[in-house]
Design a protein around this ligand. Structure first.
Ligand SMILES: [Zn+2]
Ligand SMILES: [Zn+2]
Length: 237
């Protein structure tokens, strides 16, 4: 008998061939909770990884959504970012899970995503250098851990490469244009340039919404010679 990591309901684990063979795919959620997570599947935007089936045909062209086309047409951002892949659609349930994980300190919830994030890494980003979106010192002290790091750390070649200079909340109070026009809130950590130069890098974060955070981080990594920048997130907002 196992207990659901989210709602604590006891459930029977189904023995699959993989668990039987010891290569462990351990279920951590009861079937009710599991069914509320909506895995991204079917046709996706080749850049941002959102499901195209949920969009009206007017909003994408040639497997790329209009948001991504706009990014690519912007001189400041053209060529900065390769692709994002996310595990799940951002729905009410996942919002709750992430909130409990991130703001209420339930760090064990990170393990819910470890198997899937590893599979995604193997499939889309084999051999890439891994990093994550950092929190500001203040936020890290307050929260006690960085949720993106907790997810990223199961991946191989995971390094802390970035430092956050501007606090998340101060930044979100600015308008979108202000945020994009201003210089990035990120800088490169001292002494890590050798991991970055000529490397294909993926940035792990909890959620991809507009794509501006990973692009801002990507831009500073590019400036010290990264070859390509992609991202891997739990949710696609
Ligand atoms: Zn449950
Ligand atoms: Zn897109």
């Amino acid at each position: 008998m196992s207990y659901c990591l989210y709602c604590d309901t006891p459930f029977m684990e189904q023995v699959s061939w993989s668990t039987f063979c010891g290569v462990g795919e351990e279920e951590q959620l009861c079937s009710a909770c599991r069914s509320k997570l909506n895995k991204i599947s079917g046709e996706i935007c080749t850049v941002c990884g959102r499901m195209l089936l949920t969009l009206d045909e007017r909003y994408y062209n040639n497997h790329i959504c209009n948001d991504c086309t706009r990014w690519n047409e912007n001189k400041m951002w053209n060529g900065v970012f390769q692709k994002n892949r996310s595990l799940y659609e951002y729905n009410e349930f996942l919002k709750e899970v992430i909130a409990r994980f991130k703001y209420r300190g339930d760090v064990v919830l990170a393990t819910l995503f470890h198997q899937e994030i590893q599979k995604m890494y193997d499939k889309h980003f084999p051999a890439h250098i891994v990093t994550y979106i950092p929190l500001s010192q203040e936020r890290l002290w307050e929260r006690g851990f960085n949720q993106a790091e907790e997810v990223a750390r199961v991946l191989p070649k995971c390094h802390s490469l970035l430092v956050r200079l501007i606090d998340e909340e101060k930044q979100s109070k600015k308008s979108r244009n202000e945020r994009l026009a201003k210089t990035t809130p990120f800088t490169i950590k001292k002494g890590v340039e050798t991991f970055i130069r000529n490397a294909d890098i993926i940035i792990v974060d909890d959620i991809y919404t507009t794509g501006s955070t990973v692009r801002q981080a990507g831009k500073v990594l590019k400036q010290v010679g990264a070859n390509s920048i992609s991202s891997l997130t739990i949710a696609r907002g």
